[in-house]
Design a binder for this molecule. Sequence first.
Ligand code: AMP
Length: 283
Amino acid sequence: MEVAETIAQVRSLVGAARGRGKKVGLVPTMGALHTGHVSLIEAAVNDCDFVVVSIFVNPTQFGPGEDLEAYPKPFEADLEICAKAGVDLVFAPAPEQMYPAQNLAWVTVERLTEPLCGRGRPIHFRGVTTVCTKLFNIVGPDVAYFGQKDAQQATVVKRMVADLNMPLEIVVCPTVREPSGLAVSSRNQYLSDRQREEAANIHKSLEECRRLIEAGETQAARIIAKVRAKLQEVPSMEIEYVDVVDAETLESLEKVSGRVLVAVAVRIGAARLIDNIVLETGG
Ligand code: AMP
């Protein structure tokens, strides 16, 4: 496994692989790798001949007062995980490599970035789409892998790639969970043991919501109220949003119909956690 810190190194190594006829896969991450990331790497190793993992805590997707400084950076452990998983190249640039000057060119996706996490994190998706564009331009992958855990991010990136004719395929992999149902996340490290147990309630509330919809409930307001009530069983959990939206347009629904995304963001202590489920409903 090679480790590159510069764009020139990546271009040269990927160029050589491409010259040997290799299909190139990219897994963009912010490091602090866990089983969720590993599932994306495994999908890439399965489908591609040359797998690149980027590890970069992208400053432009963090707003003021967010956890940019505190974000965990266990770099040596990350490299070990990548090597074990069969990664060919880790790209771990310094911020100055990715942003050598004040950034003036941004990639933005309209509408899809406004609801859900976009409300509380107004510059977040602009940072995500811009850094993904940079990574796609640097690596030139045939396929890039994203997680369903960040459903809005996956939808936004897919739309960016389609609208801007970027020459790669986006694959979205299922959410990996702890045995308790809690979605695995680098930010779970901010939780105490007790908070981690309490955080399992997020998944429980979404599963209750699934049962409710499967039993025939169609009114989004009633579904949201039920999820909120279940979340509030943990008093320390602060709800940022619970929403029932169309899985493609991310627009709020009054009545569930078609492919529906139920998405939740909460705060527990220092951690902001998100989770979601997608349901195929009638109508
Ligand atoms: P991050 O390092 O948090 O930016 O995540 C990098 C990629 O891993 C994103 O595409 C995430 O959606 C994905 N990811 C994070 N957690 C999970 C999880 N529990 N299951 C599947 N994918 C995940």
